[in-house]
Write a protein that binds this ligand. Structure first.
Ligand code: GLY
Length: 586
């Protein structure tokens, strides 16, 4: 059997053929086959919506992908002005806080993974932290039941980390002066930008939430969402960004911005104080590094669960000499069984590494993967009864990638959790606050108000970071240079989405657009259900999986953006067709 890397050119030809054949009626369409003469069925159904829908761009030197085009353009401009990929990523992060208020933020947190062309790597952790006054049972009612206060309103917010994280990353690895990377966001906030249909629709969908708090007059002038085609200015946010440009992180964590956050907290019964803000620190951590076949996978360590779960899943999948092709029952079974086990560990054993010793080495070892593989029957599902889950669908996060002409690569995911976070808007400073406290276990060991359960390792404690699923990842090719940058939004759905995009590129040899557009599976241990994207799976495959004992149901997936190195030089960038996003090359 040829190795996956030898098979790739043949696969690429066959996949191109499959694209060309997309309009041929299925009855006569030739079935594409891989180099081992196996059917390629990743778009096996005629009903699959995203067959060729990924937005793609090429670039000879550099590439930026992001969920919002004005922010992506800022990244490209910073690169053209002589900035490196870290400068550009920091500038995109600040720009998204202005142009993409549903998920871009100053009031949230995230993770940035960097691989410099000279081989240096860094993982910046700017996850939010529980305020000092947080308590283990702060989201339980008198009957011990979880309330929605972990998602909506003032107590839902952790101490924001984004500004500290972007400042730390820039200070360590950026090249341009700090004001040059904050400046584009200031201009967008002060001079305004044209509202597009995406922003108008996002606002309309969250009007009830936003209008419970102080953002209502800003985003709903005359009671309606800021309308597409109108210019949207944010002077309070511009002033906050100017303080950040002038004073660095202190422009956010001390002085007028910090006082405005604390005052808003006092107004609404929240917990964050100026002391919490002054005490916040972003962390530089060592990226997790693992091997899959002949590739190196760089990814995010805890307090994101993403990297551990991704590597654990890849290690188990690698125990098969070759994975079954996408679109087949065997493929779904392999993925389902592996995700089931990896998410189980994720749910029960991970949390803040500074609060609890974590079994990262064990979970990401090849020996552990072999033990897990031994528990997977080839012909039937393994039920997980009585296993709680940490996850729920839908937290609204944003992922962006940058590569520059020197080969520096940056993958960043940031979040305020739900769309527009907790809904609380700090009017004097011009931004929404996160509802990241919901990523903690409100009640360890039992389902919370959303049917979710998390382990002791992720219980609420003052000053602790809540577990995340964000999975910014960089795959190095066999030559040691970046081959793929990928990440996604979608809470617990992120990890399985990133896993499948990595596999689609590395294992199945798909070009990036198909790798992102192909239907995905998801399993998160509990509920014990293998989820598929509606319209993306052939009915005979679903029937066969049910015969094997899988409970299957339609569900969502994460929404990714990614960059792939082109074989002849330069880059492809692609945004997931399932959600807004853009790729811009240079
Ligand atoms: N707030 C979603 C996550 O961090 O996983």
């Amino acid at each position: 059997m040829p190795s996956p890397s030898l098979a790739r050119p043949a696969l690429a030809v066959l996949l191109t053929l499959a694209t060309a054949c997309a309009t041929v009626p299925s009855a006569v369409r030739p079935v594409p086959r891989d180099a081992d003469n196996r059917e390629l069925r990743e778009f096996a159904t005629a009903t699959w919506a995203w067959r060729d829908g990924a937005r793609v761009a090429g670039g000879d030197s550099a590439m930026v992908t992001a969920n919002e085009p004005l922010a992506a353009r800022v990244g490209l401009d910073v690169l053209r002005a002589g900035g490196n990929a870290v400068d550009a990523a920091v500038a995109v992060g600040f720009a998204l806080a202005v142009t993409y208020p549903e998920a871009g933020n100053l009031g949230g947190g995230g993770f940035m993974l960097v691989r410099m062309a000279d081989g240096r790597t860094a993982a910046f952790d700017f996850r939010e932290m529980a305020p000092a006054a947080a308590t283990r049972e702060m989201f339980l009612d008198a009957n011990g039941e979880p309330t929605d206060a972990s998602r909506v309103g003032h107590r839902a917010s952790g101490v924001p980390g984004s500004v500290a994280g972007l400042h730390l990353a820039h200070g360590r690895l950026g090249r341009l002066p700090w004001p040059a990377v904050v400046g584009p966001a200031i201009a967008l906030a002060r001079d305004g930008f044209e509202v597009d249909s995406t922003m108008e629709a996002a606002l309309a969908g969250s009007q009830r939430l936003i209008c419970r708090f102080a953002g209502c007059p800003v985003f709903f002038p005359e009671g309606r969402p800021a309308a597409r085609g109108t210019r949207f200015r944010q002077p309070a946010l511009a002033a906050t960004l100017e303080r950040i440009a002038a004073q660095g992180a202190d422009g956010f964590y001390r002085g007028p911005t910090a006082e405005a956050i604390a005052a808003e907290m006092r107004r609404g019964g929240g917990l964050i104080t100026t002391a919490d803000l002054a005490a916040y620190r972003a962390a530089e951590r060592r990226p997790l590094a693992g091997r899959y076949r002949d590739r190196t996978i760089l990814t995010m360590p805890p307090v994101s669960s993403g990297g551990v779960t991704l590597l654990e899943a890849l290690n188990v999948l690698e125990t098969w000499p070759r994975l079954a092709p996408p679109g087949t029952t065997a493929h779904a079974h392999q993925l389902g069984a592996v995700l089931q086990r990896a998410y189980l560990d994720r749910n029960l054993r991970l949390g803040d590494p500074e609060a609890t010793p974590l079994p990262v080495d064990e979970l990401t070892s090849k020996a552990y993967a072999r033990r897990l593989r031994a528990t997977i029957p080839e012909d039937r599902a393994t039920p997980i009864a009585d296993i709680p889950s940490v996850l729920r669908d839908g937290p609204e996060t944003t992922h962006f990638n940058v590569v520059d002409a020197e080969g520096n690569a940056v993958a960043t995911t940031t979040t305020i959790n739900d769309l527009f976070g907790s809904g609380v808007y700090v009017a004097e400073a011009g931004f929404f606050l996160n509802d990241e406290m919901d990523d903690f276990a409100a009640r360890p060991g039992r389902p919370n108000g959303f049917g979710l359960v998390q382990g002791e390792a992720n219980a609420i404690a003052p000053g602790k970071r809540m577990l995340s699923s964000m999975t910014p990842t960089i795959v190095l090719g066999a030559d040691g240079r970046p081959e793929l940058l990928v990440g996604a939004r979608g809470g617990g759905l992120i990890i399985s989405a990133v896993l499948q995009i990595v596999l689609n590129v590395v294992e199945h040899g798909m070009p990036l657009t198909r790798a992102i557009a192909a239907p995905r599976w998801h399993h998160q241990a509990w509920p014990d259900t293998l989820r598929y994207e509606a319209g993306g799976v052939a009915p005979d495959v679903l029937a066969e999986l049910q015969r094997m004992g899988w409970a299957v149901r339609a569900g969502g997936t994460g929404r990714a953006t990614a960059i792939q190195r082109r074989p002849g030089g330069g880059w492809w960038g692609a945004a997931d067709p399932r959600r807004d996003g853009v790729a811009m090359g240079w």
